[in-house]
Design a protein. Structure first.
Length: 95
């Protein structure tokens, strides 16, 4: 089985604020993760990434809050999407 693109979206959240969501189903888990997804959920504010959830090989599941990288506990794809949008709303409130 080859990697299969499951989702690729750009969502405009607000003026100068948008999200890029990319999810692949992969035949073998990304090193450091224990699920079948390779993903990137990014929030871009005026061409600067201010929030990103991803699972870079070797780092496993984690998120970037501006310049700070913190671990993320992946439960399901749906839960991660919900968590991402909660973080997006929190960012918008602080903006």
């Amino acid at each position: 089985m080859k990697a299969r693109l499951l989702q690729r979206n750009e969502v405009f959240v607000d003026q100068d604020l948008w999200a890029e969501i990319v999810v692949w189903v992969v035949p073998t888990s990304v090193r450091g993760s224990e699920h079948e997804y390779k993903y990137r959920f990014a929030l871009i504010d005026k061409d600067r990434c201010v929030l990103r959830y991803d699972n870079e090989a070797g780092k496993g599941d984690h998120k970037h809050l501006s310049e700070v990288e913190v671990p993320y506990v992946f439960r399901t794809l749906e839960q991660m999407q919900d968590d991402f949008w909660i973080d997006v709303e929190e960012y918008r409130r602080r903006r």
